[in-house]
Design a protein around this ligand. Structure first.
Ligand SMILES: C[S@@+](CC[C@H](N)C(=O)[O-])C[C@H]1O[C@@H](n2cnc3c(N)ncnc32)[C@H](O)[C@@H]1O
Length: 441
């Protein structure tokens, strides 16, 4: 008899199912996947990851169709069977797995993990789904019921969709939602500014990089693994939107410089590489485990940055000329990177993060010397975390003012009328980012 562990090491669908169950119990998808998929061979791991992440991302879409097929509320179903049904339907609708394999293997998964007694219903539902094919009438029409469409076909929570529709045209929200539903490409920031063209780069065999035409120094990993690329070039894995925050900080970064929420450290590395004169450079974070990742990157690139584990609301640093505060946020601009994040955030979480950001901003302001620069950044699209946070900070602090960046530091069209950085995912096909430069007078 094979043990559960052994079976998981060999069966990508079972491993994907375990990831789904872990996420239902509150674990982060990346952590669950790291643990559950560890023993699988590379091709099976890729399949398991696609099935798990895809079923989590598209849970809203899958559930809308399952509700129609089942003709009963999904809450009445055994959650284990529901997990398997999501995986089975995902394979039928979103992958090239042959229908019979998707159905048979799902049923066999239910038999081994739940019991033979519960296979009948699932069998009937999946066979019907396979027979009927996708029926677009399972989803509301985008023009007649935009919210219903974006919640079900778009697979986003209703509260978020409502907020977005109140702010932006339907076409933009549609593109945003579609962008979130696709696994993102791997992009790299090449740190050495002289290596600006593909022809200048000589990565190791098996690695091919394609320049991102809109973004200076950014390359898409067209072939090879991130590890290979990191081994052969001075670079970091980073989305163009995150790299834009580094550019937006500007040319004059003076020490002492503090990155107050630094880990895992893509922005620290970009800044520390470019501004070697800005020392001391301190990277702080409350998470020791995340700082460890930053330590590894700094060592790889031989960068002189001091690491401090601290709660930046009560900084252990007395004074700074430059502070980057890349604050913890809902991450509503990076939902494509974290398949489970959209189901995790809610209005309550948004509200408590706004409070935390405000405390971090206040503490950053107290360490900044006169004439110093504070850059506040998030990867959120929500006004409470972005421009409203900055406006209320400026109202409390007349000794600060916004200082727009020089033209040319960031790509044209990425700053707004206040000089804040705004990278909209639906415009650029990237993550989202916000940043504001605040000068202490
Ligand atoms: C948006 S991430 C930073 C990303 C990072 N700047 C980068 O480019 O890789 C926010 C970070 O804030 C850290 N954090 C959360 N609360 C904090 C606090 N009170 N003090 C310091 N760091 C905190 C988290 O551990 C997380 O690493």
């Amino acid at each position: 008899m094979r043990s559960d562990g052994e079976r998981e090491r060999q069966d990508p669908r079972l491993a994907a199912y375990r990831v789904l169950s872990d996420v239902d119990r509150g674990e982060f998808a990346d952590r669950a996947a790291g643990r559950r998929l560890r023993g699988l061979p590379a091709a099976d791991r890729a399949l398991a990851l696609e099935l798990a992440y895809g079923s989590i991302r598209l849970r809203g879409r899958l559930d809308a169709e399952l509700s129609r097929l089942l003709d009963q509320p999904l809450e009445r179903l055994d959650p284990r069977v529901l997990g398997w049904l999501r995986l089975g339907l995902y394979q039928l609708r979103e992958t090239r797995v042959p229908d019979h394999a998707a159905v048979d293997q799902t049923i066999s998964g239910i038999r081994t993990t739940v019991g033979a007694g519960l296979t009948g219903l699932a069998n009937a539902v999946l066979r019907r789904a396979a027979r009927e094919g996708r029926r677009q009438d399972a989803y509301p029409d985008a023009d007649h019921d935009p919210e219903g469409y974006l919640v079900s076909w778009g697979s986003h929570p209703a509260w978020l969709v409502r907020r977005w529709l109140a702010r932006w045209p339907l076409a933009s929200v549609r593109r945003l939602v579609e962008n979130d539903n696709k696994p993102p490409p791997v992009t790299l920031r090449v740190l050495d500014a002289s290596l600006d063209h593909e022809a200048d780069l000589v990565p190791e065999d098996g690695v091919r990089l394609a320049a991102e035409s809109d973004w200076k120094g950014m390359f898409r990993l067209a072939e090879g693994t991130p590890e290979q690329a990191l081994r052969s070039l001075p670079c970091v894995v980073q989305d163009p939107a995150a790299a834009a925050v580094v550019d937006y900080v500007g040319d004059e970064v003076a020490g002492p410089a503090v990155d107050a929420c630094a880990a895992p450290g893509g922005k620290t590395i970009g800044l520390a590489w470019r501004h070697r004169e800005a020392r001391p450079f301190v990277a702080a974070d409350v998470s020791g485990a995340r700082l460890k990742l930053l330590r590894e990157s700094l060592d790889r690139l031989r960068l002189d940055v001091g690491l401090v584990r601290m709660d930046s609301r009560v900084p252990a640093i007395r004074r700074a000329r430059t502070v980057l505060l890349d604050a913890p946020c809902t991450g509503s601009g990076v939902l494509r990177r974290r398949p489970d994040a959209r189901w995790r955030i809610d209005q309550g979480r948004l509200h408590s993060l706004v409070g935390l950001q405000e405390e971090l901003l206040e503490a950053s302001a107290t360490v900044l010397e006169s004439g110093g620069l504070l850059v506040y950044a998030t990867c959120s699209l929500e006004p409470e975390e972005n421009e409203e946070q900055v406006e209320s900070f400026l109202a409390r602090h007349p000794e600060f003012r916004r200082e727009p960046p020089d033209p040319g530091w960031v790509a044209e069209g990425t700053t707004d009328e206040n000089g804040d950085l705004r990278v909209w995912p639906w415009v650029w096909d990237t993550d989202g980012a916000f940043a504001s430069r605040l000068r202490r007078l």
